[in-house]
Design a protein around this ligand. Structure first.
Ligand code: HEC
Ligand code: HEC
Length: 371
C-alpha cells in the first residue's frame, strides 16, 4: 500500500477523509518534473522494432504517447483518489519495485476480499493485445477502467470519478496539458492510463548486455542455465520465446490434473471446453526475478519452486501441452516429461532467469509514484 500520499494523517488505511472535505492546500499533490519527461521520444531498441516475430504481436492500439499524456497517466496510476475510499491505487497491486506485479499471491483491494489471481507485471504491453491470465479482454483501452469500477479492486463509481478529479487542485491543469482543455472525462482517463502503460518498456537486463557482448559477463552457472533453457529438451523457449520471452498463445502447463476442480479453469472457465481447462496466458519471463510469487494464483514463492515443478512434477492433465511429453511432439495429453535436472542445472536455470530482470524499472522516475 502506498502510504506516502497519506502522510498528513499518518500511514493508516482509510485514515484519510474524502478529498471533498479537504481544502485545496491540504491536498497531497504530485511532484512532477517541469518540463515533462520526454516519453514520446523513448522507444524500444531497433532490434525489437525490426523483429518480425515481435511485429506480429503489435498491440498498442491507436493511442499515441505524448509527454503530457503519459505524465497524466503516471499520476492517475499512482493516485489513491481513483478508489472509492481513497485507499487503493493501481500501484497498490502493481508495484514498481516488483516490475508492476504484486508481491502478494492474491491482491487485496478496497473490499478486503482477496482477488483470485496474482497481479501480473505490467511492461512491454505494446507486444500484447490480449489481457488478463485468461486473455478475456482485447486491448488496454478496454481494460484500464475495469479495475477502477470493480467492487473488490477500487470500487469507484465511474460516473462520479471525473467530478472528483476535477475538484482537485492539480488534475484540471494536467488534463489541459494532455488534451488541450481542462475537461476531465472517462475517455481521457482511459487514454492517459494507456499512454502511461505503453511507456513502461523494459529491455536493459544482463541478458540484453549478454546478447551484445557474447555473454562475456555470465557466470558458469548462468551459462549452464541458459543452455538448459534453450537446449530443446526443456522446451522453455518454445513457449516463452523471442526477445520478450512471451507467447500470444495460451498453454496448459500441467499445474493441475483438473484446474476447474482446483478452483480456476482459466480459459476453460470461459469457454467450457475440456481442452481449455487450465489454459492460461504464457506470461513474459522478462523481470521474472522481480515478480514473485509465480503462476496465475501465485502458488510458487520463488523461482526455485518453479524450476523444481517443471523438472519433477508436471501433472498428467488430459490435454497437457505436447511440449511437455518425452519427445515433445504428437497429440496433447501424453505422459509428462521428467527432466530430472541436476542440482547444478536447477541452480543454473534460476540464475539464468534472474539475468532477464531489468532492475531500472524499479526506480525509474518516469514510472514511479509522484506522490
Ligand atoms: C486490487 C488489486 C488491483 C488493482 C487496484 C489493480 N489491478 Fe490490475 N490486475 C490485478 C489482478 C489480480 C490482475 C489479473 C487478473 C486476471 O488476470 O484475471 C490484473 C491485471 C491487470 C492487467 C492485465 C495485464 C496482463 O498482462 O494481462 C492490466 C493491464 C492491469 N491490471 C492494469 C491495471 C490498472 C491500469 C489499474 C488501475 C486503474 C489496476 N490494474 C488496478 C490486480 C489489481
Ligand atoms: C507449453 C508451453 C510452456 C513451456 C514449454 C514452458 N512454459 Fe513456463 N509457463 C507457461 C504458461 C502457460 C505459464 C502460466 C501458467 C499459469 O499461471 O497457470 C507459465 C508460467 C511460467 C512461469 C511463471 C511466470 C510468472 O510470472 O508467474 C515461469 C517462471 C516459467 N513459466 C518458466 C518456465 C521454464 C523455466 C520453462 C522450461 C523448463 C517453461 N516455463 C516451459 C507455458 C510454458
Amino acid at each position: 500500500m502506498f502510504c506516502s500520499g497519506l502522510f498528513l494523517f499518518g500511514c493508516k488505511q482509510n485514515a484519510m477523509p474524502p478529498s471533498e472535505t479537504l481544502t485545496p492546500d491540504m491536498q497531497v499533490v504530485p511532484v512532477l518534473p517541469d518540463p515533462p519527461l520526454p516519453y514520446s521520444q523513448w522507444n524500444f531498441p531497433d532490434a525489437w522494432l525490426d523483429d518480425p516475430a515481435l511485429g506480429l504481436f503489435g498491440g498498442g492500439g491507436d493511442i499515441e504517447i505524448t509527454d503530457a499524456g503519459a505524465t497524466l497517466g503516471r499520476v492517475l496510476f499512482h493516485d489513491t483518489r481513483l478508489s472509492a475510499d481513497h485507499s487503493v491505487s493501481c500501484g497498490t497491486c502493481h508495484q514498481p519495485s516488483h516490475a508492476f506485479a504484486d508481491a502478494n499471491p492474491a491482491s487485496v483491494g478496497i473490499s478486503g476480499v482477496p482477488l483470485t489471481r496474482n497481479a501480473p507485471g505490467l511492461f512491454n504491453l505494446r507486444y500484447q493485445r490480449r489481457l488478463f491470465w485468461d486473455l478475456r479482454v482485447v486491448g488496454l483501452e478496454n481494460q484500464v477502467l475495469q479495475p477502477i469500477g470493480h467492487p473488490d479492486e477500487m470500487g469507484m463509481d465511474l460516473d462520479a470519478l471525473p467530478g472528483r478529479l476535477a475538484e482537485t487542485t492539480y488534475y484540471p491543469e494536467l488534463f489541459e496539458d494532455a488534451f488541450g482543455d481542462p475537461q476531465v472525462n472517462l475517455d481521457r482517463i482511459m487514454d492517459a492510463l494507456v499512454q502511461f502503460l505503453l511507456s513502461i518498456r523494459t529491455y536493459q537486463s544482463r541478458y540484453d548486455a549478454g546478447l551484445a557482448n557474447g555473454f562475456a559477463d555470465f557466470t558458469e552457472s548462468e551459462m549452464l542455465g541458459k543452455e538448459v533453457f534453450f537446449n530443446g529438451e526443456s522446451r522453455c523457449n518454445q513457449c516463452h520465446s523471442g526477445l520478450n520471452f512471451f507467447s500470444t498463445q495460451p498453454f496448459i502447463n500441467g499445474l493441475e490434473v483438473d484446474y476447474a476442480a482446483a478452483g480456476d479453469g482459466g480459459i476453460g472457465s470461459l469457454t467450457g471446453n475440456a481442452d481449455d481447462d487450465g489454459r492460461f496466458k504464457t506470461v513474459s519471463l522478462r523481470n521474472v526475478g522481480l515478480t514473485a510469487p509465480y503462476m496465475h494464483d501465485g502458488r510458487f514463492e520463488d523461482l526455485r519452486a518453479v524450476v523444481d515443478f517443471y523438472s519433477d512434477s508436471i501433472q498428467p492433465h488430459p490435454f497437457l501441452d505436447e511440449r511437455f511429453s518425452e519427445n515433445g511432439i504428437g497429440p496433447p495429453g501424453q505422459e509428462p516429461y521428467r527432466l530430472e535436472l541436476t542440482e547444478a542445472e536447477r541452480e543454473g536455470l534460476v540464475a539464468f532467469l534472474h539475468t532477464l530482470s531489468d532492475t531500472t524499472i524499479r526506480t525509474n522516475p518516469a514510472f514511479s509514484s509522484p506522490f
